[in-house]
Write a protein that binds this ligand. Structure first.
Ligand code: HPA
Length: 278
């Protein structure tokens, strides 16, 4: 999609909902977070030109823009996954649109399987880094120079200061938060036990089928990114039981309240980008 078309989509969302400085992408079973927004205004993906429509049960399809502690927040309720058949450009189009709406900070969330055996379902993991096991990259093709450089740095894919704030706010709220490395497999099948053993050897702590493309594009647009995984199951082979999508959704729903509290507290606490520069 051309820069002009992305600009048109962003202008349409802004004309309907206003601008935003912070965005939150909701993962499987974490829906409902948009209810914490004050004065919410929403727009369905089908009303945004060029937007694909999400096909997975548990994923709605709309942007909701409102405020938390006076900060303008866009919640993306329903994301696009590569395993649904969307191209990398489609999966990450919403992040480009957010960037043109003024978003400087992205909180990206997901449901994930625990590779690290010291984790358990219900834990919230603040992502310290990622491993891309998909063989895909959303920046492949001609670089869009207006957004960022050809070879963006990924040294601090997940922002140090935001990670620190999330860990401290988790402790303060009495929520079990840990740090770990997210590993992206394309899906849609869950991983094999051998793939999970490999992931553990290579330094991955959680596995999932999202988050990395959005994070790469957000960093390309020079946004700060905070990633949070909700552990819904032990990854394949850790326990002697199969993994079912329904259980993943139910486990995600069980942590909805603590997730909501943590993300709200992080947004309340994070410095405002405009104010930092003054
Ligand atoms: N693997 C990949 N994605 C997931 C998992 C998993 O075990 N659990 C939730 N999303």
């Amino acid at each position: 999609m051309s820069y002009k078309k992305i600009r048109n989509a962003a202008d349409l969302v802004m004309n309907n909902c206003g601008p935003a400085e912070i965005a939150v992408i909701l993962g499987s079973g974490l829906g409902g977070f948009e209810q914490v927004l004050k004065q919410p205004i929403e727009i369905a993906y089908e009303d945004i030109p060029g937007f694909p429509v999400s096909t997975v049960p548990g994923h709605a399809g709309r942007f909701v823009v409102g405020t938390i502690a006076g900060k303008r927040v866009l919640v993306m309720a329903g994301r696009f996954h590569s395993y649904e058949g969307y191209s990398m450009k489609q999966v990450t189009l919403p992040v480009r649109v957010m960037s043109l709406m003024g978003v400087k900070t992205l909180i990206v969330t997901n449901a994930a399987g625990a590779v690290n055996v010291s984790y358990q379902p219900g834990d919230l993991i603040i992502l310290s880094d990622f491993i891309n096991f998909s063989g895909k990259n959303p920046l492949r093709g001609k670089n869009m120079d207006k957004f960022g450089p050809r070879f963006p740095d990924m040294t601090n894919a997940f922002d140090r200061e935001l990670r620190q704030i999330a860990l401290l706010e988790g402790q303060r709220l009495g929520i079990s938060v840990k740090e770990g490395v997210y590993t992206w497999f394309n899906g849609p099948c869950y991983e094999t036990p051998a793939e999970i053993r490999m992931t553990r050897i290579l330094g991955g702590d959680v596995v999932g089928m999202s988050t990395v493309p959005e994070t790469i594009v957000a960093r390309h647009c020079d946004m700060k990114v905070l990633g949070i995984s909700s552990v819904t199951n032990m990854a394949a082979g850790v326990l002697d039981t199969p993994i079912h999508h329904e259980e993943v959704l139910a486990a995600g729903a069980a942590v909805r309240e603590s997730f909501k509290k943590l993300v709200t507290a992080v947004i309340e606490t994070m410095p405002m980008p405009e104010l930092v520069e003054m």
